[in-house]
Design a protein around this ligand. Structure first.
Ligand code: UDP
Length: 335
């Protein structure tokens, strides 16, 4: 498979850029399609080809497929903020679903038989059983989660009718940064816990606010499963082989949950700084706990996280934030 061309949409974003790195390291030719509305030109690997385009532009996408003869498509590009999707539900449903539909249709037309979807734990809303395995009931917690669910359904029919094999990878909380310091998280505005906690440690914010300390959890704060972005990237590469045989869906997390307070404590240890904390109100839509059951991907692909412990994840994120206080510093806007 090495030497084959892979299209990575959203390859200038956080998880996508780490996946591109993994694919390039494995010898694939990578073409990134990204509109740079959220991603960063500087996050695109120098050996990857960058096509700046809107995935809604089907003609431009078709030209890209024709030019490169892709072996597989990895689809990361999407709107992905749960809270924002509650404010703009139809924008999320339309953009995410239509863009994916364009891609899947082009895979069918151009004979691309492998498709990897960046999906989400939000498919499971507020699950009754923890850890959450692949048999858990799907009841999306937001229009964002619903948009990914609809894309998973589109892929099911692409498999049944057109033999396009797909892997739906449902991530929990992607975090960390590349250990060599070249890639990391740069969202504007930043809403995720670990980078915000680190900004509070660095004095770039006055404090970190804990969104709710009265949850039914041991310390009253929400529990999440933080997974290192490089471990996610490896899973994307591993799944390509399996797609030669069949479609699959995997939940991807460490299988261990940490509370907001535990994340703050880990960051205090890693940074050696006091982190001012304020207890605030719950954030609407936050379930008390989300922890992945990742036994299936461990068994079927032999995947296991290389950077499983929270302190390592936070240490890599801290190194990135210290070396790139302005992120990539290349904020690009859509033309
Ligand atoms: N959180 C928090 N303060 C913040 C940002 C996040 O207490 O400033 C909490 C949030 O309520 C959730 C956890 O941290 O329980 C992880 O949130 P994040 O936005 O990083 O990821 P999500 O779980 O929403 O995908």
């Amino acid at each position: 498979m090495s030497g084959e061309a892979i299209l990575v949409t959203g390859g200038a974003g956080f998880v996508g850029s780490h996946a591109v790195r993994e694919l390039v390291d494995r010898g694939f030719r990578v073409v990134v399609a990204d509109d740079l509305s959220l991603g960063h030109r500087a996050a695109v690997h120098p050996q990857a080809t960058l096509a700046v385009l809107d995935l809604g532009d089907r003609a431009a996408l078709a030209r890209l497929f024709e030019a490169h003869g892709f072996f597989a498509v990895m689809h990361f590009a999407s709107k992905s903020l749960v809270g924002e999707s509650m404010a703009y539900p139809f924008r999320y449903l339309r953009d995410n679903v239509v863009n994916a539909l364009n891609l899947v249709e082009l895979c069918v037309e151009k004979g691309v038989k492998r498709f990897v979807l960046s999906s989400t734990a939000n498919l499971f809303g507020e699950p009754d059983v923890m850890p959450i395995d692949e048999a858990a009931r799907i009841e999306p917690g937001s229009p964002y989660g619903e948009s990914k669910h609809l894309i998973e359904r589109i892929l099911l029919w692409a498999d049944r009718i057109h033999d396009v094999r797909s892997a739906c990878l449902r991530y929990f909380n992607a975090a960390g940064a590349h250990p060599d310091g070249s890639l990391g998280e740069d969202h504007q505005p930043e809403t995720h816990l670990i980078p915000l906690v680190l900004d509070a440690a660095a004095g770039r914010r006055s404090h970190i606010e804990i969104f709710g300390s009265d949850y039914p959890t041991p310390d009253g704060t929400c529990i999440r499963d933080y997974i290192h972005v490089c471990d996610l990237a490896v899973a994307h590469a591993l799944v390509l082989d399996l797609l030669g045989e069949r479609s699959c869906r995997f939940n991807l997390g460490n299988g261990t949950g940490y509370s907001v307070r535990e994340v703050i404590d880990a960051a205090t240890r890693v940074t050696g700084k006091a982190i001012p904390v304020r207890e605030g109100a719950r954030r609407p839509g936050d379930p008390p706990a989300l922890v992945a059951g990742s036994a299936l991907i461990r068994k079927e692909l032999g995947w296991s996280p290389r950077f499983a412990d929270l302190e390592t994840i936070v240490r890599h994120a801290w190194a990135w934030r210290q070396s790139h206080p302005q992120g990539y510093g290349d904020r690009a806007t859509v033309a």
